[in-house]
Design a protein around this ligand. Structure first.
Ligand code: URA
Length: 244
């Protein structure tokens, strides 16, 4: 069956669909030996030979969804130029997986990885508004006013964040530390850190506790498990192979 080249590449776990479009435009993709730089071209994986960066893209139909409890010190980029440790190094499977969204190097916690490009596209699309809950430890005592600012939306750089849920988990007057649970629907770059900077608080630790109701509470840091079908569906997503 014919399908668009970028969709096929994303479905084989090369990267998100948007990133695959960039790769096509950069001339990294060959169809039957010829560089294919046009977006929207249709291919038939049963007859066409597709190469990405000189390597044949193998047909891969089994979709895999993994929940990793990311340790700090690991990057979520798939192509790492600076020899830093990658999250994909923590998953000993012979499958090319991509992280669904980002977690910055010094943030730990829930990270989903998959070889299903449709899933990445679905979850990272702003209209699906997947809830993410972060536990953040801050230097200093957060006031009721500051909490309200975070909740209502706060200006960071050139945009104002959407309303967030903020719960104070702990205030330690003696150590001058506050711990909050912040739930956001957006996924702007380093958003939680920037929100905290906007109330002039230094972030001491940041951990993503949950993606919607999918929690890493019972997963040791640095380890992973498969998501259940129920969990995948709880994110509002139906895997393509089940739709057929
Ligand atoms: N917000 C941040 O500041 N960092 C992350 O990794 C995720 C959300």
């Amino acid at each position: 069956m014919e399908e668009r080249l970028q969709k096929y590449l994303a479905n084989q776990g090369i990267a998100s669909r948007r990133k695959c479009e960039e790769y096509i435009l950069q001339g990294k993709v060959k169809v039957n030996g010829n560089v294919q730089k046009t977006l929207g071209v249709k291919i038939n994986p049963e007859v066409d030979n597709i190469e990405f960066e000189g390597k044949q893209v193998m047909a891969n139909t089994q979709k895999v969804y993994i929940l990793l409890n990311k340790p700090i010190g690991y990057v979520t980029t798939v192509k790492e130029q600076f020899h830093r440790d990658k999250v994909t190094d923590l998953i000993n499977l012979p499958i090319k997986l991509v992280p669904v969204g980002r977690l910055d190097m010094y943030t730990s916690g829930a990270l989903i990885l998959t070889n299903d490009g449709d899933f990445v596209y679905y979850i990272t699309h702003p209209k699906h508004e997947v809830e993410k809950t972060y536990t953040v430890t801050l230097k200093g005592i957060v006031t009721a006013e500051e909490k309200e600012k975070l909740e209502k939306g706060i200006k960071i750089e050139d945009y104002t964040t959407k309303p967030a849920q903020v719960k104070i988990l702990k205030i330690d007057e003696e150590k001058q530390i506050s711990r909050l649970a912040i739930t956001i629907h957006e996924g702007k770059n380093r958003q939680v850190r920037k929100m905290c900077e906007a109330i002039h608080k230094k972030v001491l630790a940041l951990h993503r506790a949950k993606i919607q109701n999918i929690s890493v509470k019972n997963l040791k840091i640095g380890t992973w498990r498969y998501l259940t079908q129920k969990e995948i569906q709880s994110l509002g997503y139906t895997p393509l192979q089940d739709k057929k």
